[in-house]
Design a protein around this ligand. Structure first.
Ligand code: HEC
Ligand code: HEC
Ligand code: HEC
Ligand code: HEC
Length: 417
């Protein structure tokens, strides 16, 4: 439990002074590293020794760092080498715990093994305290550029890519144009397949082919996701036909695949509920005359005459569409919120045993997130966190934290009473 916390200004940096009671747990969880190390000979009070370092300890730590660490970790703990982390301003107890983990081979790394093998526990405490006392690295502006360019939230990206579709398909995919299908209520897999079929010419429509020609596979995925997440509503187009008369024919011939009320349970079979009536009739005609190729639908369309087709179309157009079973992906901001619970606001950890991520090297963070996921770096908490991340999310989160402003935190032990 922090006994006191105060903020003061030191130059441009905000420095938090956090008083720690020995053996304290901040935030009510047991940090993995601390818990792991505590299993050894030393208790939790020991883990915090680097927090208690005196100015003389720090001076000794600096001598060791200058002779043994700078060639990899850079002058003042700011690394210029790929895969080598910045140490400047990192949290003291965390640094000490990681050094012990290298020494015990709990955390394996060839470069680090050689560096720490022959150091005493005291030396580890001092060098950890020294690096923690340094001003942190500046934010990585290159990572800022990388993160802000391509990798938007996929739903936002889909909306942007679909801007040119709204004129015909409606702002949110609910058609207002007779003959133009609504795009809501359709599974992203079906939307993807039909867009790719237009692009390849398998589904013949020159106008749609042109409309989609500039979109990449990633754009198409985002567009399909965007429409799948829009609120379903019936097409805002006329449906003058008899809405009840087609029900019997639909139940007999179509419900098995398209669902009782036109809501399909199979991603490859489109839902028909609430679809524009004129489009439904045109689609059936296209299957019948083979201008749209699908053997199953060709046979079924041939089984209905013009009047029967109109009645079935009127029945489906009058049904209530439903959203397909797709979950909204977690956005970068939502992920970062989860990570910040342990790593501090914008990656500025206020727990001496938990690493700060702010302004850390982007390549290093990507590397360790992969290592956690593969089990090469062992930590149950981080393995679980990293397992849920896609490759794009790993890159986005690493870039997000690399571009944050790092804040130094000075941890002070309360005086013994
Ligand atoms: C030969 C190059 C090399 C030398 C010398 C070296 N390191 Fe490292 N250090 C690395 C690399 C590479 C990593 C990242 C390894 C990994 O992914 O586990 C690392 C990681 C670390 C970490 C973990 C940081 C984190 O954020 O988890 C600490 C702490 C550390 N080094 C401290 C030191 C200290 C103290 C010294 C000097 C006694 C030292 N290193 C010397 C290359 C080196
Ligand atoms: C000029 C009007 C117009 C524009 C703009 C347009 N579409 Fe279309 N779209 C149509 C019409 C008409 C059809 C029906 C074509 C057919 O019969 O195959 C269609 C069909 C589709 C289908 C097939 C739906 C289904 O149920 O089978 C998809 C998917 C689609 N469009 C997506 C898009 C996307 C994505 C964009 C924007 C990049 C777009 N459209 C722009 C008019 C348009
Ligand atoms: C054996 C399963 C099956 C049955 C039964 C079936 N369909 Fe289909 N239907 C499909 C599949 C699969 C597709 C997608 C084909 C494609 O990619 O063009 C489809 C597509 C359609 C489409 C195009 C929808 C769109 O958004 O482009 C319409 C309209 C349609 N069916 C109407 C009907 C009607 C009306 C009946 C009953 C007379 C029927 N279907 C029976 C499987 C079936
Ligand atoms: C429940 C607490 C918790 C949460 C939530 C959490 N972490 Fe961690 N994280 C830790 C602990 C503890 C460590 C140190 C583990 C070790 O010793 O290897 C760590 C280590 C890391 C490291 C390595 C730091 C270094 O300097 O080597 C990275 C990178 C990281 N976490 C990123 C993330 C990201 C990204 C998220 C969100 C997706 C996240 N963490 C969520 C607790 C957490």
């Amino acid at each position: 439990m922090p006994i006191g916390e105060m903020l003061m200004r030191k130059g441009a940096l905000t420095v938090s002074l956090i008083l720690l009671a020995a053996g304290a747990t901040i935030g009510g969880y047991a940090p993995g590293a601390a818990a792991q190390a505590a299993k050894g000979q030393a208790g939790k009070a020991d883990d915090l020794r680097a927090v208690q370092a005196t100015p003389q300890d720090i001076a000794e730590g600096k001598r060791l760092a200058d002779s043994s660490c700078v060639r990899c970790h850079g002058a003042n703990g700011i690394s210029t080498a790929k895969g080598v982390p910045h140490l400047a301003g990192q949290r003291p107890a965390y640094l000490y715990l990681e050094l012990r983990a290298y020494q015990s081979h709990d955390r394996g790394d060839k470069a680090m093994d050689g560096a720490v093998n022959f150091l005493s526990d005291d030396a580890l405490v001092k060098v950890a305290a020294y690096y923690a006392s340094l001003d942190p690295p500046p934010p990585d502006t290159a990572a800022a550029a990388k993160g802000s360019s391509a990798k938007l939230d996929p739903v936002q990206a889909g909306k942007a890519a679909a801007a040119g579709c709204a004129g015909c398909h409606g702002e949110t995919g609910v058609s207002k144009t007779p003959g133009t299908p609504s795009l809501i209520g359709l599974d992203p897999k079906f939307l993807m397949a039909s867009m790719k079929d237009y692009k390849s010419g398998k589904r013949k429509n020159e106008m749609m082919k042109t409309m989609l020609s500039a979109l990449t596979e990633a754009d198409l995925n985002n567009v399909a996701l965007y429409y799948a997440l829009q609120k379903p509503a019936r097409a805002q187009t006329p449906n003058p036909g008899d809405k009840a008369a087609g029900k019997a024919a639909a139940s007999a011939a179509c419900a098995g695949c398209h669902g009782d009320l036109g809501v399909s349970g199979n991603p490859a079979t489109p839902s028909l509920a609430g679809q524009d009536a004129q489009y439904l009739v045109a689609a059936m005609r296209a299957y019948r005359d083979s201008s749209r190729n699908d053997e199953t639908m060709k046979a079924l369309a041939a089984g209905l005459d013009d009047n029967g087709t109109k009645l079935v179309a009127a029945f489906y157009a009058a049904q209530e569409p439903r959203a397909p079973n797709v979950r909204k992906p977690i956005t970068l901001a939502e992920w970062a919120q989860r990570c910040d619970r342990c790593h501090g606001t914008n990656g500025n950890s206020t727990d001496a045993r938990l690493p700060a991520l702010a302004a850390q090297r982007v390549d290093y963070m990507e590397k360790v997130l992969h290592a956690y996921r593969m089990g090469e770096r062992r930590n149950t908490t981080m393995a679980a966190m990293a397992a849920g991340l896609t490759e794009a999310e790993v890159e986005n989160l690493a870039a997000h934290y690399a571009r944050q402003k790092a804040r130094a935190v000075v941890f002070v032990m309360p005086p013994a009473r």
